[in-house]
Write a protein that binds this ligand. Structure first.
Ligand SMILES: O=C[C@H](O)COP(=O)(O)O
Length: 254
């Protein structure tokens, strides 16, 4: 395990914002403010607004280092899937990233690991980077099963062909999302080390370099401590990504 973990060279951190079902046109001013500050940051920024804002947001950040992502895609490129959006459509609208397998979708829409892997493949085919989410529930952690559960999710949710360029992983303990509760740094460290070990064993160098984000109640006040944990290569931020001042405060700590 030590040898595998030592092969990791920390990449530039990725700070991704997940706006969930928030924001209409007026919220684009926040993305504009983020983009205006992005040149001065030493991390990569991705904002994932609702589908309805993607094209406008992509236009706003066109000449800046900020990238735009979506929060889900369908596994098929086209077809009779009322209400769904394909990865090709996202790319066409100007997205470069897509969040896949967020726990809110796994729970609300019963998305299984196999579906997540199929969506990731669709994202790769469309040239998008997939941000694949995994994480245990509180009951699973209390039962001492967090590491096993997350590594099993990771194993079944990543398709063959995942690379450091086309995939980032977001470890989001379900009990930490939107609750103000954050795992102890040692718990994050153990989880990220276990994920790195699994990814390195399966994908070699690519797995060693794949960015591992932490998500769940990240704020400007706790970001520096979280980013100092080994194998934390960034964050997936929900509530604190809605306002430029909050999100930039997190990015400044990266
Ligand atoms: O995708 C983001 C996560 O669900 C974290 O949300 P949060 O930062 O509001 O806890």
């Amino acid at each position: 395990m030590g040898a595998l973990l030592q092969s990791h060279t920390a990449p530039r951190k990725l700070i991704a914002g997940n706006w969930k079902m928030n924001g209409v046109g007026a919220a684009l001013a926040e993305i504009e403010a983020m983009a205006a500050a992005a040149e001065r940051l030493s991390c990569d920024l991705v904002l994932c607004p609702a589908f309805t804002l993607i094209e406008r947001a992509a236009g706003l950040v066109r000449d800046t280092p900020v990238r735009i992502g979506a929060q889900d895609c369908h596994a098929q490129p086209a077809g009779a899937f009322t209400g769904d959006i394909s990865a090709d459509m996202l790319a066409d609208a100007g997205a470069s990233h897509v969040i896949i397998g967020h726990s809110e979708r796994r729970m609300a829409y019963a998305e299984a690991n196999e579906q997540v892997a199929a969506k990731a493949l669709a994202a790769y085919r469309a040239g998008l980077t997939a941000i694949i989410c995994v994480g245990e529930t509180e009951a699973q952690r209390d039962a001492g099963r967090a590491l096993d559960i997350v590594v099993a999710q990771l194993s079944a949710s990543l398709p063959d062909g995942a690379t450091a360029a086309n995939t980032a992983i977001a470890y989001e303990p379900v009990w930490a999302i939107g609750t103000g509760r954050v795992p102890a740094e040692a718990q994050i460290a153990d989880m990220h080390a276990a994920m790195r070990q699994h990814l390195s064993a399966r994908f070699g160098m690519e797995g060693g370099q794949m960015r591992l984000l932490y998500g769940g109640s990240v704020k400007a006040a706790n970001a520096a401590d979280i980013f100092a944990v080994p194998h934390v290569d960034g964050a997936l931020v929900g509530g604190a990504s809605l306002k430029a001042a909050d999100f930039l405060g997190i990015a400044a700590a990266a």
